[in-house]
Design a protein. Structure first.
Length: 255
């Protein structure tokens, strides 16, 4: 059984980069089918892997196993010599924690060093989503289509957002030395995010972009604003191809 879900760009177009997507707590690869198709439509090679198993008793070993899976996933996209760059790791929730902690570690393996990170819905230490599935959905998203995807997927693990993440990894996320460009994407209605910590982290990193999605909840890539969130990711990917310089300058009158 394959460990990946792959999304390819339109036939005949040159691949613009490689994105490996890492789901969060309770999610499956199918959770990111819509997101994967959208990035692929812009000629990015997208591969979605299974989410990390971050064992609280030995987070270091958990990261080692995760690093091996990420390296394998990237290498599997190679068609002629090497993966098409920029190579970007995009994680949501615990997936974001895992890739940020992995890159923040001293001596991170060269095989898993991407050109950039996308950290979506990076959680703080707040836990608890209520007692029912409806309560959890209210924390995750207000998008009816995405609620249907989560509800109808038998592999989605309900109540997973109540699982505590290793404190050592959460600390590593905000105190690690990540020297690649980072897009931090968060919903302003995300009750699990530590918004102040995200702002501090964005200021402390050498190349960080903090994008706040108005009205979005914890599943910021899959909320009602999913088109805008995906567009923000694509915009970030395009700056990587232009030495981090935005391709468009926006000036507008107030309204």
């Amino acid at each position: 059984m394959t460990q990946y879900s792959d999304y390819h760009g339109p036939e005949g177009l040159r691949i613009r980069g490689t994105v490996v997507v890492v789901p969060g707590r309770g999610e499956t690869r199918a959770t990111y089918a819509r997101f994967g198709r959208r990035l692929a439509a812009d000629a990015y090679r997208v591969r979605v892997i299974d989410g990390p198993d971050l064992a609280a008793e030995d987070p270091g070993a958990s990261l080692d196993g995760f690093a091996a899976r990420v390296a394998d996933a990237v290498e599997g996209t190679v068609s002629e010599g090497e993966a098409v760059r920029p190579v970007v790791l995009a994680g949501a929730d615990s997936g974001a924690v895992a890739i940020a902690a992995l890159l923040g570690r001293t001596g991170a393996p060269a095989a898993v060093r991407p050109d950039a990170l996308v950290l979506a819905g990076l959680p703080g230490r707040t836990a608890g989503t209520g007692e029912s599935w409806d309560d959890e959905l209210a924390v995750r998203t207000s998008c009816p289509a995405h609620r249907g995807v989560l509800t109808e997927d038998p592999q989605v693990r309900r109540g997973a957002l109540d699982d505590a993440l290793p404190d050592a990894l959460l600390t590593a996320v905000h105190e690690g030395e990540v020297d690649v460009p980072v897009l931090l994407l968060v919903g302003d209605a995300d009750p699990l995010a530590d918004h102040e910590a995200l702002a501090r982290t964005a200021k402390s990193l050498p190349h960080a972009r903090l994008s706040v999605v108005h009205g979005a909840h914890h599943d910021v890539l899959n909320d009602l604003q999913h088109r805008s969130a995906a567009a923000e990711v694509v915009s970030f990917l395009e700056t990587l191809r232009n030495e981090l310089r935005p391709l468009i300058t926006v000036r507008s009158s107030a309204w």
